[in-house]
Design a protein around this ligand. Sequence first.
Ligand code: C2E
Ligand code: MG
Ligand code: MG
Ligand code: MG
Length: 285
Amino acid sequence: RAKHTGGSGFASYDPQMLAGLVERLELEADLRLALTRGELTVHYQPTIDMTDSHVAGFEALVRWQHPVRGLISPMAFIPLAETTGLIVPLGRWVLTEACRQAMEWSRQTGRPPVKMAVNVSVRQFDHSDLAAMVREVLTETGMPADRLCLEMTESVLMTDTEENLAQLVRLKALGVTLAIDDFGTGYSSLAYLRRFPVDTLKIDRSFVERLGEQGDDAALAGTIVQLGQSLGMSTVAEGIEEYGQLAALRAMGCTFAQGFYFSRPVPAGEAGRLLLESAAVRPSA
Ligand code: C2E
Ligand code: MG
Ligand code: MG
Ligand code: MG
């Protein structure tokens, strides 16, 4: 935000803006090092099966344990990773760590690997051969492809549509499943959705929040569930915080649930305990 000074033609910059820029550059330099220094970590949030409330899987969510600033939210550094291209090595690291963790739990419990969902940014489609990377990670970790779900936002369908469609077809050929994250917030049309090999719609948290309200807005979540059903896709409701929201979504026929009502994203140790508790309740899972 440059302020115009008199008629001199010079722009003097807001000191706050300069501080913001310096901070951004510092953070960018730190983020480059974070990967090599092992400062990134993954938390896991369970996805719950609506029919019997067992843990159906986990979503891997990256965090940055910064040496000075403490635990930094992905909202604060994923956009930076995207603009700098760092998202490519970062994305690979998260995917590897999440698959490695699923395999470790599998060895500990003697059960098939838990279903693991990993977020991928639209930038990972632009900058790299995503399917080749995913195939390598699956081979390195031994994770079966059908246990992995990749979450992406509608922007993947809406930008560079033909190229991204080709990449998604290659990903599907590996055997992984694909989910549209934050569904309903973008502008993807029904025509796009039908063309893409999508397995799951994740209903954005904003629609779950509106469930308690009066009027048409409360019905939107149900509309997405029905859309999923008619396209043969499963649905996951994001951001369930209250019992009433859970009950409403279950009545609508939503397949899976996720949210603070069940669990926040937690470190691997705690997630492993949640998995064991759930398995004790439902031994066949
Ligand atoms: P997302 O993939 O839509 O993940 C859901 C976010 O909602 C998570 O925030 C989660 O902690 C939060 N959440 C879950 N349940 C509730 C709830 O009941 N109430 C509320 N208020 N929030 C809930 P988080 O972990 O801060 O991640 C934010 C976003 O950062 C993610 O949104 C995703 O877009 C991005 N992200 C996180 N990890 C990665 C990653 O490894 N790669 C990429 N590309 N993006 C990531
Ligand atoms: Mg997600
Ligand atoms: Mg989401
Ligand atoms: Mg989101």
